[in-house]
Design a protein around this ligand. Structure first.
Ligand SMILES: Cc1cc2nc3c(=O)[nH]c(=O)nc-3n(C[C@H](O)[C@H](O)[C@H](O)COP(=O)(O)OP(=O)(O)OC[C@H]3O[C@@H](n4cnc5c(N)ncnc54)[C@H](O)[C@@H]3O)c2cc1C
Length: 416
């Protein structure tokens, strides 16, 4: 069923009885050409592009919970292409271009809103770094505008510009940055993949990976064994555990990241605002809630809920940046398990097992990467070759030391 404005009007007038489920609920088959482990954003987009770009439709996505139950439904929805390093730059640029055509491609409203992202800076040194970053973004073909303090004040008059610790010197505006509705992205890709014949199998946990003589043969699941010639591990925060089923020890640590939303308010924040020095960022959802978050909790964990010290830290940072936020009531907070790599950059690669592929290490920035990650992982699984914009996302960089360290914080997982 195609969605359209006319269809909405027609259904509204006829009692909304004509809507069909957005995807099927098939039983697992005994064998597929390819299996994707993990029905998050990256797993679903990989399945979608395998079917759409490479004509592979005998595919199953195996999800241990329900579609959208992982980080894809837990993130703070920021979409941007403001990376500095070659390797990251072209990948996220490619992703943003895919975002810009995504709704038409999927025939699904993912509420992609290019409302602009402003990264604040608070010293001359930081301004110089943002000038360089802005130039790198422009050289990549994306957009960046350097705002001085008055420029930021014009756009965000409610910030506290004179705060003693981090007075605001200006900001780097990325006009094409913004946000999208996170779970709609999962639903849109799920529906698109299903339409092309992909089986989405929920409540199906992978418990083992079958390997014979160095070649993948399939997986063991809570719904029985399933054979496959190719298997992709795309399970974000659970990457180390699932890769261990194939005897791999990944350079990944899992950490909790929390987020918060207030009661619905009238429109007040037009942009996405990032206050890096205070570990705080914020935007306003279309429903009116202020959506904000901060840094990781300070310990590795598989619990998808966080701790109170970080709640306090984020609230303090919010109050420092925009004291008016103290008038809003926080409605909910939650956590997600982040697959942190030592250099903060992802992995899209083959493994030592023939037919077994890996897509992980998205840290806390993998939502915006969903389209390009799926595109490049599908390319790798279908052709056996890395896609040109994902060439640097190889596992061997951790052995050779050629890290892709965007933040320059060194090999410490929780600092990325
Ligand atoms: C609070 C928070 C805020 C964030 N904000 C942003 C942001 O603003 N912008 C941004 O770009 N990124 C953001 N991120 C990061 C982003 O959400 C993640 O990097 C990205 O969603 C991870 O990829 P995914 O969607 O595939 O993960 P997931 O949705 O977690 O998908 C992995 C799936 O694998 C399944 N799985 C695990 N083990 C198994 C198994 N054994 N068998 C079968 N299935 C299994 C899980 O159930 C899960 O559904 C944020 C994350 C969090 C938690």
């Amino acid at each position: 069923m195609r969605y359209s404005g006319l269809k909405v009007i027609w259904e509204g007038l006829t009692g909304n009885t004509g809507w069909a489920p957005a995807w099927r609920d098939p039983a697992p088959k005994a064998e597929y050409d390819a299996i994707i482990i993990g029905g998050g954003g990256h797993g679903l987009s990989t399945a979608y592009y395998l079917a759409k770009n490479h004509g592979m439709t005998n595919i199953a996505v195996l999800e241990k919970g329900y579609i959208g139950s992982g980080n894809i439904g837990r993130n703070t929805t920021i979409v941007r292409a403001n990376y500095f390093l070659p390797g990251n730059s072209e990948f996220y640029s490619h992703s943003l271009k895919l975002w810009e055509g995504l709704e038409a491609d999927l025939n699904y409203n993912v509420m992609h809103s290019q409302r602009g992202l402003i990264n604040l800076f608070h010293s001359d040194g930081q301004r110089d770094a943002f000038v360089r970053r802005g130039n790198a973004m422009i050289n990549q073909g994306d957009d960046a505008i350097l705002l001085d303090r008055d420029g930021v004040r014009e756009q965000l008059p409610y910030l506290d510009f004179e705060q003693t610790r981090f007075p605001i010197y200006g900001g780097l505006l990325h006009p094409r940055g913004g946000s999208a509705r996170h779970d709609a992205v999962a639903w849109g890709y799920a529906r698109g993949a299903d339409k092309r014949g992909v089986d989405l199998i929920q409540n199906c946990e992978v418990t083992g990976i079958d390997i014979e003589n160095g070649v993948v043969r399939g997986v063991q699941t809570t719904r029985g064994a399933i054979r496959a010639k190719k298997v992709g591990i795309i399970v974000a925060g659970r990457s180390s555990q699932v890769a261990a089923m194939a005897g791999m020890r990944l350079p990944i640590e899992s950490h909790v990241l929390q987020a918060f939303v207030t009661e619905g308010l009238k429109p007040v924040i037009n942009h996405v605002i990032s206050f890096g020095m205070g570990h705080f960022y914020i935007s306003q959802s279309d429903k009116g809630g202020l959506v904000f978050g901060g840094d990781l909790d300070f310990y590795a964990s598989y619990a998808s809920r966080g701790n109170l010290p970080m709640v306090e830290h984020v609230m303090e940072a919010g109050m420092t940046l925009m004291p008016m936020i103290g008038r809003a009531k926080v409605l909910r907070s939650w956590g997600g398990i982040m697959d942190m790599s030592p250099d903060g950059s992802p992995i899209i690669d083959k493994t030592h097992v023939d037919g077994l592929f890996l897509d992980c290490g998205w840290n806390y920035g993998g939502f915006k990467a969903v389209p390009a990650s799926g595109w490049c992982m599908a390319h790798l699984m279908a052709t056996g070759e890395s896609h040109e914009v994902a060439r640097k996302f190889r596992l061997n960089r951790f052995a050779t030391g050629h890290l892709l360290d965007e933040e320059g914080t060194g090999s410490q997982h929780n600092l990325h």
